[in-house]
Design a protein around this ligand. Structure first.
Ligand SMILES: CC(C)(COP(=O)(O)OP(=O)(O)OC[C@H]1O[C@@H](n2cnc3c(N)ncnc32)[C@H](O)[C@@H]1OP(=O)(O)O)[C@@H](O)C(=O)NCCC(=O)NCCS
Length: 269
């Protein structure tokens, strides 16, 4: 049964000229013109998953590699993979490369993209269309940052079972599994560490009071959380580009920008 599956899978790949991670580079313009046909506008090469056996697998593969400094090819390809668990969809942007993780028709996606705009998959117009089509809420457009755990160990932060009921804690519970909330003793601050987009490890943090922010506490919190992550394991954080304080805090704690992302939630009642 397994062999049959592999055979069919390989035969499909041969037919479409795809590689074994299920990607296919289509010499097809966004307007759907086929190879060899006259294309009025500049073609955008699109790299599309054929069957998307595991969207999470591909998302994780790309993110984990990026965290280690190995990025997808910057040739303006677009990959379409299955939607991630717990989310309605996600769009990831890297230098010259996009991934749309959504259960959506590839042709519909291609028709919505402006062939003259290589960055179109991360344009708010496309993201809004995707949200409407999936009946999902469009999240923020975030910068994705990553680093490897330091593995140093740190007992300043302690697990808490009753974290504050704030938006960041609720969101962590909604979109991540295996979430651990960590807090420093005697301080109103929390870090959430859990398994998020595509199975990658994610971190978010909040210091409750404005008067306690901007004094180096956030950087200390993040470093202490990263110390609990084994040295060879990647950890990710996503931050709105305008939230400079958070961005700078993460940069100070050794994170690097690796891409951009927008996640979509199921629309609430
Ligand atoms: C994000 C947060 C945890 C950062 O902690 P913090 O203690 O405020 O951050 P730090 O003091 O360690 O570092 C802040 C950095 O931003 C800079 N900064 C401070 N105030 C700033 C401001 N208003 N605008 C831009 N930068 C600012 C600081 O100079 C410092 O940068 P530097 O290290 O290059 O000098 C905290 O501000 C917070 O809880 N914010 C609300 C929740 C939030 O945004 N969470 C992030 C979601 S991932």
């Amino acid at each position: 049964m397994q062999d049959d599956h592999v055979f069919v899978w390989k035969a499909m790949l041969d037919l479409v000229g795809a590689d074994m991670v299920g990607r296919r580079v289509l010499d097809v313009g966004c307007n759907g013109a086929r190879r060899g046909q006259a294309v009025r506008r500049r073609q955008v090469r699109q790299c599309v998953s054929v069957t998307a056996p595991s969207g999470a697998g591909r998302l994780r593969e790309v993110c984990e590699a990026a965290a280690r400094g190995s990025f997808p090819s910057p040739d303006w390809t677009l990959e379409i993979v299955a939607r991630p668990q717990r989310l309605a969809a996600a769009v990831l942007a890297f230098t010259g490369h996009h991934l749309v993780a959504a259960d959506i028709d590839e042709g519909d996606v291609r028709r919505r993209l402006d062939p003259d705009d290589v960055a179109a998959p991360f344009n708010p117009v496309f993201l809004a269309w995707l949200g409407r089509t999936l009946n999902a809420r469009v999240g923020h457009i975030d910068v994705t940052l990553a680093r490897l755990g330091s593995g140093d160990g740190d007992d300043w932060l302690q697990p808490v079972t009753d974290p504050p009921d704030n938006e960041r804690v609720r969101r962590a519970r909604q979109v991540r599994s295996d979430v651990v909330f960590l807090a420093p003793p005697g301080r109103d601050a929390v870090v959430a560490l859990g398994v998020g987009l595509g199975g990658r490890r994610e971190l978010s943090m909040e210091i409750a009071h404005e008067t306690d922010r901007g004094r180096g506490e956030g950087t200390r919190l993040v470093r202490a959380a990263v110390a609990r992550v084994p040295a060879d394991e990647a950890v990710f954080a996503s931050v709105a580009p305008g939230n400079t304080r958070s961005l700078r805090c993460l940069l100070s704690a050794g994170f690097h920008p690796v891409g951009g992302e927008c996640v979509f939630w199921w629309a609430g009642p």
